[in-house]
Design a protein. Structure first.
Length: 360
């Protein structure tokens, strides 16, 4: 369905003037061998920003400046809205920035922005990974909170989807964004609006103009498709496709992890993007090695789930062998009486045979 001023669906609001926009932070590009097959390259690029399912993302709210109670509660509610879709990720608020993967500021002089997916792990614990630059208690503000959290979950801007087929009146776009309320330089406008993602970075082949990751646009900026010349309405909630894709990447956790014993090889019979989880319960305290075998690209993350009888989920260590000829390896000291969960997500299996995993 066309999303125009006259045909805006329920929950979407037409826009007449250029609104304030999110300024997504640059995404880190992995250094990959130039001779990777297109299928292998695409699997890595699509999956690299996503978390392993079952990750507990801890967030810290900087309660200063404009971070008063109503703004903090709006962010908390946005996290609940994503969780209530029924996903396997969890979100926990903590009271120290050093404990948090996601650190959220409320500097209204710095706009709204977020780093994307696992890139937040590369940011110093002294710095924000997300900021909100305007009131989150309005309808547009609520959608902003959902949008920025979407970036943290690994999703890019939807209007930069190469399958959207958008032809911009580029100089009008630059002019609109150069003025208030955004006041963006040309390079920022290009990075956040005009730059199209590579088809190898995008999952699926459908553009979703209702996505919470879509910008609203006023009339006059889009030349094609013709039905969007009158603008794109403001998506105010998670779309059906938003929910489909986040559930696809982070399905609800139902099965218990299979127990992985020393010197026991377990097969990773997975499709691209699939994940298997394993429980490791050491019978002695010592150094262990955990590794994959076979021609595969995986990210492997070890969590500590039980310490002295207290259940918790705490990141321990990880390895990512995507694009490499070698396999993922962890060398760690594990403790008797503690329970660990190893979550392994497959980017791609690119050679003969099936991949496997072992602890020894």
């Amino acid at each position: 369905m066309a999303v125009t001023h006259s045909e805006a669906p329920a929950g979407a609001a037409p826009v007449k003037e250029t609104p304030q926009y999110c300024a997504q932070q640059p995404v880190t590009k992995p250094l990959l061998p130039p001779d990777l097959s297109s299928d292998r390259l695409s699997a890595i690029l699509v999956g690299r920003t996503k978390w392993v399912n079952g990750t507990v993302l801890r967030y810290f709210l900087l309660n200063e400046g404009n971070g008063h109670r109503a703004q903090l509660n709006a962010v908390r509610q946005a996290f609940r809205d994503w969780k209530d879709i029924g996903i396997g990720l969890d979100f926990v608020e903590v009271n120290q920035p050093s404990q948090a993967e996601v650190r959220i500021g409320f500097d209204w002089n710095d706009g709204s922005w977020s780093y994307v997916g696992r890139d937040v792990l590369n940011i110093s614990t002294l710095q924000r990974t997300m900021n909100f630059g305007w009131d989150l208690t309005s309808r547009h503000g609520r959608s902003t909170a959902l949008h920025e959290i979407g970036h943290t979950l690994g999703f890019a801007h939807e209007h930069q989807n190469p399958f959207a087929g958008i032809v911009w009146d580029e100089e009008k776009v630059y002019a609109a964004l150069a003025g208030p309320p955004n006041n963006w330089p040309r390079e920022q406008t290009f990075h956040n609006i005009l730059r199209k993602l590579s088809t190898s970075e995008v999952e699926g082949s459908i553009w979703d103009p209702l996505s919470i990751m879509e910008y609203p646009f006023p009339p006059g900026l889009i030349i094609q498709p013709e039905k969007y010349r009158s603008g794109i309405a403001d998506p105010l909630d998670l779309s059906a496709l938003d929910k489909k894709y986040v559930q696809q990447w982070y399905p609800a956790l139902t099965a218990k992890p299979a127990e992985l014993h020393p010197l026991q090889s377990m097969e990773l019979d997975l499709a691209a993007g699939g994940q298997k989880d394993f429980a490791i319960v050491p019978t002695e305290t010592r150094m262990y090695e955990i590794g994959t075998f076979g021609d595969s690209d995986v990210v492997m993350v070890l969590f500590e789930e039980e310490v002295d009888g207290e259940e918790q989920t705490r990141y321990f260590t990880a390895d990512d062998d995507s694009g490499a000829a070698s396999n993922a390896r962890l060398k760690v000291r594990l403790f008797e009486g503690r329970r660990y969960v190893l979550r392994t997500r497959l980017y791609s299996a690119w050679g003969p045979g099936k991949a496997a995993i072992m602890v020894w």
